[in-house]
Design a binder for this molecule. Structure first.
Ligand code: F6P
Length: 345
């Protein structure tokens, strides 16, 4: 078989482990592998490189993606789908493995409905893809968030300050909740639950009155108190999938910091963790999950399981319909938030 591979959307630590898994398992099964550059853009513009096991040495230890990434949406590019079909044929592909989140896999699903043989691999640090228990990249990112929050404790305590930390996650609070619990945040705010700034201030004031004169507030970039909405200023630019850029302009972290400072008269600072959350080398968990997903993708190709995605269920990897993966976002369950809430204040 001739297998094509691409990585689309925001990068996630573990992508190179998947590429290595596909290439090494592909060659050992007698297949050849082509990597398309910059996500769907590479297939539209026929930019690719040949991948072989010799070029895969140790790349599973590196973050990012050796294939580069973009948020190109072929349905928004003139003749995008025709060009994909043409280049797919020209390259003599038998299938295309697309690694991505809701947007990249949404495109994969539509292409598969148009008769192109596609296999999906779930990827996002946000962990908000349905049909899989965890996405690779999440563990690495959460460990970074945990360390950042932990480090902020000492400086917040020394200066008797509140520090509001803005964490990635536009639709789901997985990173804020897992990172916040592990990193000892005193309040955690997520997109799934609209919050009330007065309540947050009450929790913080009670903490100070008790004698704990500092606090860390973990807020997901998509969390909101409707009363504060008018102060949040995102970049006017939208990406090809219609998302506004969060974490630029004036985000919820900064707005909330100003409100807390005004309403409590306590000294308050804010930090936007930003893209460092996506950087660096993957954890052992993400290296192993990525490797296994790459191997699974080749097995799925051999079995003709197209229009499907490799998913982690418990400790097993299974093939699920792409439609299941991109139909709805996986948001945090109520009981997880209740676990976090128990430690507020
Ligand atoms: O999709 C992952 C993600 O890191 C989100 O958490 C974040 O909102 C977005 O990507 C940032 O995108 P960009 O890299 O385009 O600024």
């Amino acid at each position: 078989m001739h297998i094509g591979v691409l990585t689309g959307g925001g990068d996630a630590p573990g992508l190179n482990a998947v590429i290595r898994g596909i290439t090494v398992r592909g060659y050992s099964g007698g297949h050849s592998v082509t990597g398309f550059l910059r996500g769907w853009k590479g297939v539209i513009e026929n930019q690719s490189i040949e991948l072989d096991p010799d070029s895969m040495d140790d790349i599973h230890m590196q973050g990012g993606t050796i294939l580069f990434s973009s948020r190109t949406n072929p349905f928004k590019v003139e003749n995008g789908i025709e060009r994909i079909r043409e280049n797919y044929g020209k390259a003599g592909l038998d299938c295309l493995v697309a690694m991505g989140g809701e947007d990249t896999l949404g495109v994969a699903l539509r292409l598969s409905q148009e008769g192109i043989s596609v296999i999906g691999i779930p990827k996002t640090i946000d962990n908000d893809l349905s049909a899989t228990d965890f996405t690779f990249g999440f563990d690495t990112a959460v460990n970074y968030v945990m360390k950042a929050l932990e480090m902020l404790h000492t400086t917040a305590r020394s200066h008797e300050r509140i520090i509001v930390v803005e964490i990635m996650g536009r639709h789901a609070g997985w990173m804020a909740v897992h990172g916040g619990i592990a990193g000892g945040a005193h309040v955690i705010l997520v997109p799934e639950k609209e919050f009330d700034t007065d309540e947050v201030c009450e929790i913080l004031k009670a903490r100070y009155e008790r004698g704990d004169r500092y606090a860390i507030v973990a807020v997901a970039e998509g969390a909101m108190d409707q009363q504060l909405q008018r102060h949040v200023l995102h970049s006017a630019e939208k990406d090809a999938f219609g998302h506004v850029q969060l974490g630029t302009g004036i985000g919820i972290g900064e707005v909330l910091k100003n409100e807390i400072a005004d309403r409590t008269e306590l000294e308050t600072r804010h930090v936007v963790l930003g893209h460092v959350q996506r950087g660096g080398s993957p954890t052992a968990f993400d290296r192993v999950l990525g490797t296994r997903l790459g191997i699974k993708a080749v097995e799925m190709a051999e079995q003709g399981q197209f229009g499907m995605m490799a998913a982690l269920r418990g400790t097993e990897l299974v093939a699920v319909d792409l439609i299941e993966a991109v139909g709805t976002l996986k948001t945090i369950p109520e009981d997880l938030y209740e676990t976090a809430r128990l430690f507020f204040g």
